[in-house]
Design a protein around this ligand. Structure first.
Ligand SMILES: [Zn+2]
Length: 289
């Protein structure tokens, strides 16, 4: 176990033993070398836009470093995900839909109490993407989502943002940058919006992770198949030498890594095709160095 991992787990244990703990915190196990744990925290401040599926840069992770992110919760299945993370002393970032957070604040509080980072993912995750909406309405979707998540968390959430369906626009990115909201796309995903067995989902996400070697992973804690898969995913990451990095809010913009040569935005290509408007990708050219 690394010194950092011992420190984080020790702090978690000390916190769990304080008189003010909730019953949820008392579930935190004593961490040991046989669990995944957290290798390091990575503070994210400023208003970066990161994640290679959408932007030509991502955070500067080392080889075999992984960040787990979960979208669209909270939902009843979130409990199983939190149990699995706690059993491995693992920490993740949850991008919550505002109205779900308002409906299930106890799960938001549990995420915070167990040391996870909580961000927002719009108020209602509208089926019509934010980029296709009136700008003022789209900004209100984002702000309402952020307010609801903050309220449910007792003011302890971050201002991290993931656009629903990655449906940003230059005007929306400018608006959220003015609000100092870091924008997280993702480096890879589990495609868990498609029904599949937990075993197949595990194989899929691990194959993508082995190929990429590192990265921010997008999952959805609202899906039972994903909640069922998480214990095996955490065990597999540990067994294969992957190290977990935990995003936390910080003061400064983090170090980033440019996309490789030949990069293009996969989500932008999706929207250009879906909208059928022939829109040019509204992105800066990727750096080739
Ligand atoms: Zn979503």
């Amino acid at each position: 176990m690394t010194v950092k991992k011992r420190l984080i787990c020790g702090l978690a244990l000390a916190f769990a033993l304080s008189p003010a703990v909730s019953r949820a915190q008392s579930r935190l196990p004593t961490c040991g070398p046989d669990v995944l744990g957290v290798s390091r925290e990575l503070a994210v401040g400023g208003a970066p836009q990161i994640g290679l599926k959408t932007y030509p840069r991502t955070l500067a992770l080392e080889d075999h470093e992984v960040v787990l992110t979960f979208d669209d919760g909270p939902a009843p299945t979130t409990r199983k995900v939190l149990d699995a993370l706690a059993a491995q002393c693992a920490k993740a970032t949850f991008f919550l839909i505002g109205r779900n957070a308002e409906a299930m604040p106890e799960l938001v509080r549990r995420e915070i109490a167990e040391g996870h980072t909580v961000g927002s993912h719009s108020w209602s995750h509208p089926s019509k993407s934010l980029r296709a909406q009136n700008l003022a309405a789209a900004i209100e979707e984002i702000e309402h989502g952020d307010r609801a998540v903050q309220a449910a968390s007792g003011g302890k959430a971050s201002h991290f943002l993931r656009f629903p369906g990655f449906g940003d626009s230059p005007a929306l990115l400018e608006a959220v940058a003015k609000r100092d909201m870091p924008v997280f796309a993702t480096d890879l995903w589990a495609s868990d919006w498609n029904p599949m067995t937990p075993e197949r989902e595990l194989n899929l996400v691990m194959a993508r992770l082995r190929k990429a070697g590192r990265g921010i992973v997008l999952l959805h804690d609202i899906h039972k198949q994903t909640a069922d898969m998480i214990p095996a995913l955490l065990r597999t990451l540990h067994a294969e030498g992957f190290r977990l990095v935990h995003f936390v809010p910080g003061a400064k913009a983090p170090e980033t890594r440019a996309a490789p040569a030949g990069w293009s935005s996969e989500t932008e290509a999706f929207y250009s095709k879906k909208l059928g408007d022939g829109a040019q990708p509204a992105r800066p050219a990727p750096s080739t160095n």
